[in-house]
Design a protein around this ligand. Structure first.
Ligand code: UDP
Length: 253
């Protein structure tokens, strides 16, 4: 098992882990993985929904613990870090880091493989990213509905593409489990970021909350209003708040 040199600064918040990085530091770490790494590095996002998924799922917990970088993606994690640990984090949304990675790659010549989402979304996202970041090389792409018996072929395609970055957009926990299962077979990829539904946002199939909503920590409300079926997933938010409250009370007794 590889040693993560930053593991000592990693924070545990309720039942999920997070690295205390801001956007610049996160991007620098990715840069370092790409320029100096000789293995696959995984970049995951921490938010209350993931914390909910981690409950009782040993494999998913192990995947998070072994990740090379875990972003403070959600406002819930940022607030919980402040309340429980007195640590001030700033949000590093995975979808923004992903776009910064694309911008950096366009300048530094790293190529990218996009895996995930519906075929038309994946295709449109690839096109949009190439237009938005001139010079960016999308070395390959594949929609996210590949049957298990075609996975060997996909792994070969990713390896042959020579891409150093894999943007994995299968949603959670599917994407994390995919890395655990197939990550060791990726021989050229140096950074794999789990990006959830970001390709849908890039392709314009799903709208991201306007900046003002994000700044005041209400991105979740905007997403809920635009897609009421998310209510099932967003029950993770009050559950997470309750666990933070319980831990705070316990710590002050
Ligand atoms: N998806 C996929 N393959 C699957 C299931 C889902 O590619 O087998 C894609 C889906 O099309 C969508 C994304 O994964 O683009 C899930 O987005 P969601 O917002 O649910 O993920 P989150 O960011 O919340 O993890």
């Amino acid at each position: 098992m590889h040693e993560n040199p930053h593991k000592h600064s990693r924070l545990k918040i309720v039942n999920i882990w997070v690295d205390p990085v801001n956007m610049r530091q996160a991007l620098y770490r990715v840069h370092d993985f790409l320029e100096r790494g000789d293995r696959l590095h995984t970049v995951l996002s921490a938010n209350p929904e993931k914390s909910f998924l981690l409950r009782g799922d040993e494999l998913l917990c192990r995947i998070f613990q072994n990740a090379d970088l875990i972003l403070p993606d959600g406002i819930g994690i940022v607030l919980a870090a402040r309340i429980l640990l007195g640590v001030r984090l700033t949000r590093v949304p995975g979808c923004e880091l992903m776009q910064n990675i694309c911008e950096m790659s366009a300048c530094r010549g790293h190529s990218i493989f996009l895996f995930g989402a519906q075929e038309e979304v994946n295709e449109k996202a690839a096109q949009t990213l190439e237009e938005r970041y001139p010079g960016l090389r999308i070395a390959g792409r594949c929609h996210g509905y590949v049957p298990e018996d075609e996975m060997d072929e996909l792994i070969a395609k990713i390896n042959e593409s020579g891409a150093g970055i894999l943007l994995l957009a299968l949603g959670s926990p599917k994407q994390e489990k995919w890395i655990a299962r197939y990550g060791s077979r990726l021989d050229k990829v140096r950074v794999c970021q789990g990006t959830g539904g970001t390709l849908d946002v890039i392709a314009g199939a799903v709208k991201r909350a306007p900046d003002a909503w994000c700044r005041i920590g209400l991105e979740w409300l905007y997403r809920l209003m635009n897609n009421p079926s998310r209510i099932k997933r967003q029950k993770a938010l009050p559950a997470f708040a309750w666990r933070v409250f319980r831990e705070k009370i316990r710590a002050s007794l």
